[in-house]
Each structure stands twice: as structure tokens, then as C-alpha cells.
Ligand binder design. Structure first.
Ligand code: KG4
Ligand code: ZN
Length: 332
């Protein structure tokens, strides 16, 4: 079964071709970082326009790399939400056009479900597992009971973890997006240099909060009169990162222990973070908890995870018709 996956929910235009649900024949992403960089964050209108420019070349590129033609496809999967509505509409409209012209069935995919299952492109994981999605737009904790059965455990009450990275990077003059740069800088820094506060939720809650750490970094710069001069930058990056990682790891570990599930899966762009990966492994080693982390290209937004999710839905007989609309606030 050959599936084309198309993803345009935010600021990356992505397409992938998947064979039999697992074998990635092509997985291409056209990044818009240089478009949004000067603004320090995603500008929705610019994102939609850039998707319009990139979508056909990316789909054609993915088909070419996979060595297949449109008429060879058995199905198409496309993100229908959540995300920026203008961005979502570009992918959905193009896929509807291809589906109509070539009479190929298509399904609209929930972007969050695709992140939750992306690990299966790399290896099999037994159900149930606790999944942490941490990206620029989301910080969510779910229990994945089986395919199609997702129990919401908690989410961020304000900023997403990646958003905190991007905003702090902006304060430090490090450009956009900032996660990877801070991760890199932190490697040579002292994480105990500043003790930034960790937000705490009340007992029983698996929610997150990242606005406090962002404000704390802002106050640190204001009070010390430093804007993270070169000698300080790596120390501040490491201190900030340690706090964010603690705030991601702690609720996840609590969920695993309290719910008696001994498997963790990470997903989303922030799951590419080296300290998060290391700390999650460190903290779970003694307790025999299994941690599964997809490679960075499957953590960040990509077409392969959409195609994989679509494969499962198409196999179960789901087909969407041309009335399907994009849904910016789609939940699981
Ligand atoms: O999942 P993603 O590609 O897009 C969405 O936001 O949906 O995630 C992008 C986010 C950005 O906020 C970026 O700064 C963050 O993931 N990110 C990282 C790292 N790589 C990307 N954050 C921390 N450490 C990284 N290595
Ligand atoms: Zn995402």
C-alpha cells in the first residue's frame, strides 16, 4: 500500500511517501524559518503564502524521490487540524484536488494523533504508553491505550515548551527558532549558574506551565543589566534548559508511576532536545521504565507521521469526502 502524507499545519511544508505503513520512501520538509526568523515567531499570513509556493514542488519532490507517480498511490493522508487555519487549508485543498483528479481516496488526519504514533515508523512499542508531545505549539501528555484510544492527562496552561525556548532565544538575540541553538549553547554551560523557578501544579494534575520561566529569564536580564553577554550565554542557556527539562520530565514520570504504565514515548520538536532525552533516560533507568524517542526528523513536523497515521485509518476503511474542512482547534 502506497500512501502520500501531506503536512502544512504550521510553518513547515512537508510531504512523504510510505510503503505498507512503515517503509519511508521519501520524507521531505521545506522549512520556513528564514521567512519567519526576522519576526521572531510564525506570522500566519506569511506561512499560508509560503505553503502555496512550496506545496507542489515538495509533493513532486517526494514522489520523485520515492520513484512513484500519483496514479500509483493507494491513498493520501493530510493534516486537517489542529494548527493555523490558513496553513491547513493549503494542504487540504491541494490534496482534495489530487484526490478528485486521480480518484485516490484521502483521509484528514489529526496532527496530534500523528505525533503520538510517529515512533512506530522507527520501531514497535507495546500499548499502553505515556506520550509527551512537546513542540512550538503544544505541550500535552496522553496515555495511548491502543490505536485510536487516547486518554488526555494534561497540557500546558499557557506557553508551549518550544514557545518558551523560542521566546528566551529571542531575548538572548539568538534568532528563530531558538530551541536547537539554546540546546547547543547549553552543552558548554553550567546549569546551576542561575536557579530559575520550576512551576508546580497541584497534586494529581499533569498540567504544565512555561510562562513563569520565560518571565524569570526576562527579570534576570533586567536586574543584572546583562543581555547574556557572550561569556554568560551558555550558562544562562543551560540554567534555563535545565528548568524546562525538569518541568517536562517531572509530570511525565509522575504519570508513569501513578498510572502504572512503564513506557514513555516522546514526540514533537522539543523531543529533539539532547538534555531532555538524556534526563528522561537517566531518571527512568533505575525503575526499568522504557523510553522511546524517535529520531529528530520524526519528532519535528513531517509528512511521514501523517502518512503512517493515514495508513491505519485507510486500512480500517475510513474515507473522507470533499466536504471535510480544516479545523484549527481540532482535539483528540
Ligand atoms: O514540532 P515542531 O517542528 O513544530 C511545531 O511547533 O509544531 O517543533 C518546533 C519547536 C520550536 O519551538 C523549536 O524551538 C523547538 O521545537 N525545538 C527544540 C529543539 N529543536 C527544535 N527545542 C529544544 N531543543 C531542541 N533541540
Ligand atoms: Zn507538531
Amino acid at each position: 500500500m502506497l500512501i502520500l502524507g501531506v503536512e502544512t499545519s504550521c510553518d513547515d511544508t512537508a510531504a512523504a511517501v510510505l510503503f505498507n505503513g512503515h517503509e519511508v520512501l521519501a520524507n521531505l520538509v521545506s522549512s520556513q524559518d528564514s521567512v519567519h526568523g526576522p519576526y521572531g515567531g510564525v506570522v500566519p499570513e506569511l506561512a499560508s503564502r509560503q505553503h502555496i509556493r512550496s506545496i507542489l514542488p515538495i509533493i513532486e519532490g517526494a514522489l520523485q524521490k520515492a520513484g512513484v507517480r500519483l496514479k500509483d498511490l493507494d491513498g493520501i493522508a493530510v493534516t486537517r487540524g489542529p494548527g493555523l487555519v490558513g496553513s491547513l487549508l493549503v494542504g487540504l485543498s491541494v490534496v482534495k484536488g489530487i484526490s478528485f483528479r486521480w480518484k485516490i481516496p484521502y483521509v484528514g488526519i489529526n496532527h496530534l494523533e500523528a505525533h503520538l504514533l510517529a515512533i512506530f515508523l522507527e520501531r514497535d512499542v507495546a500499548f499502553p504508553y505515556i506520550a509527551l508531545i512537546a513542540s512550538g505549539g503544544h505541550t500535552l501528555l496522553y496515555m495511548v491505550r491502543e490505536f485510536g484510544e487516547y486518554l488526555y492527562l494534561g497540557g500546558t496552561r499557557d506557553d508551549a515548551a518550544g514557545e518558551a525556548y523560542d521566546k528566551v532565544a529571542k531575548m538572548m538575540g539568538l534568532g528563530y527558532p531558538g530551541g536547537r541553538v539554546i540546546d547547543q549553547l547549553a552543552k558548554s554551560g553550567d546549569s546551576k549558574f542561575v536557579s530559575f523557578p520550576r512551576s508546580r501544579m497541584k497534586k494529581g494534575s499533569y498540567d504544565f506551565s512555561f510562562s513563569g520561566i520565560k518571565t524569570a529569564v526576562w527579570h534576570y536580564f533586567r536586574e543584572t543589566g546583562k543581555n547574556g553577554g557572550e561569556d554568560q550565554q551558555s550558562n544562562i542557556a543551560a540554567s534555563f534548559q535545565e528548568a524546562v527539562v525538569d518541568m517536562l520530565v517531572n509530570p511525565t514520570l509522575r504519570a508513569v508511576r501513578e498510572l502504572g504504565v512503564n513506557r514513555i514515548v516522546l514526540a514533537g520538536g522539543v523531543a529533539a532536545n539532547s538534555r531532555l532525552r538524556a534526563k528522561m533516560l537517566e531518571e527512568t533507568k533505575k525503575e526499568g521504565i522504557e523510553v522511546y524517542i524517535p529520531p529528530p526528523a520524526l519528532c519535528t513536523d513531517n509528512g511521514a507521521m501523517i502518512a503512517h497515521c493515514g495508513y491505519h485509518w485507510l486500512k480500517r476503511g475510513r474515507r473522507d469526502d470533499f466536504r471535510l474542512n480544516a479545523d484549527a482547534d481540532l482535539t483528540l
